[in-house]
Design a binder for this molecule. Structure first.
Ligand SMILES: Nc1ncnc2c1ncn2[C@@H]1O[C@H](COP(=O)(O)OP(=O)(O)OP(=O)(O)O)[C@@H](O)[C@H]1O
Length: 258
């Protein structure tokens, strides 16, 4: 393998951002979305990323997942430097090691729910573990929707299909951008439980963007972004402590759930 490798540590973080800057556009239209972000995502942990709208959460997730290139700095997934990879190497790494739940789901409209869920494995030429497939489908309550196309599903069902697709292949790292945003609290809690199970029973690493302190309270650690910078973190959070920290960061206005 031609991947550049980092020195092996006792526990290599699952993902690392080192001095990451990301800007969009140029001249007067230039927007700096991430500024000198240094972050180590612990392996086999659930990490939540919070912050106000526009603070850079989705951009950070996209950069850490190799879906978007950083302007400067480095992203490592395990011991692989993303910025050192060819396009083909990056595609392979994303296919084999990364699952992503997009804010807008990104389901293929012509495929059934089942085909969408299986797509990453189909592309990789792999078969799903049948018992894990059954568990994921049952937890997502999608058993009677597998033949439907995305347009025939509710927003919440589409979101559950997107989550099932991201975790079915048991990638090392799952990035989830607001995976409970369109769900009622029962369905949201089911997804969070499944993500936590992926971490604690299957040794996966999950990075979750959310506006909801109750969702973030499922995490082992919460990172707070403000204006493109990591400004704070909480370990073993509770919803109350998260709300307090958000209120503190926002001055007097809590930026709780929307
Ligand atoms: N493709 C793009 N082109 C130009 N600017 C962009 C692009 N993507 C993001 N931005 C800008 O970068 C900043 C961070 O955006 P980002 O979507 O990462 O924020 P966010 O914290 O995820 O917001 P939200 O909670 O509303 O989803 C914003 O100012 C946004 O307008």
């Amino acid at each position: 393998m031609s991947y550049e490798t980092a020195p092996r540590q006792a526990t290599t973080p699952a993902v690392r951002a080192v001095g990451v800057e990301k800007s969009f556009g140029s001249g007067d239209a230039r927007v700096v979305a991430l500024r000198d972000v240094n972050l180590a995502i612990e392996a086999r942990r659930l990490t939540a990323v919070m912050g106000p709208s526009g603070s850079g959460k989705s951009t950070l997730l996209h950069c850490m997942a190799g879906l978007d290139a950083v302007t400067s700095g480095e992203i490592w997934i395990g011991e692989t430097l993303l910025t050192g990879l060819s396009d083909a190497g990056l595609t392979r790494l994303r296919r084999d090691q990364v699952g992503f739940v997009f804010q807008q789901f990104n389901l293929l409209p012509t495929l059934s729910a089942r085909e969408n869920i299986l797509l990453p494995l189909t592309i990789a030429g792999r078969k799903p573990d049948p018992s894990w497939f059954d568990e994921v489908i049952a937890t997502m309550e999608l058993g009677d929707r597998l033949r439907h196309r995305p347009a025939q599903l509710s927003g919440g069902q589409q979101q559950r299909v997107a989550c099932a697709r991201a975790i079915l292949g048991r990638p090392a790292v799952v990035f989830a951008d607001e995976p409970t945003g369109n769900l009622d609290s029962h369905a949201g809690a089911e997804i969070l439980r499944l993500l936590r199970e992926a971490v604690h029973q299957h040794g996966q690493t999950v990075v979750l963007v959310t506006h909801d302190p109750h969702a973030a309270a499922y995490a082992d650690r919460v990172e707070f972004l403000l204006d493109g910078r990591i400004v704070s973190e909480l370990r073993d959070p509770t919803a109350d402590r998260i709300l307090e920290r958000l209120a503190h960061l926002a001055g007097t206005t809590p930026m709780g759930s929307r």
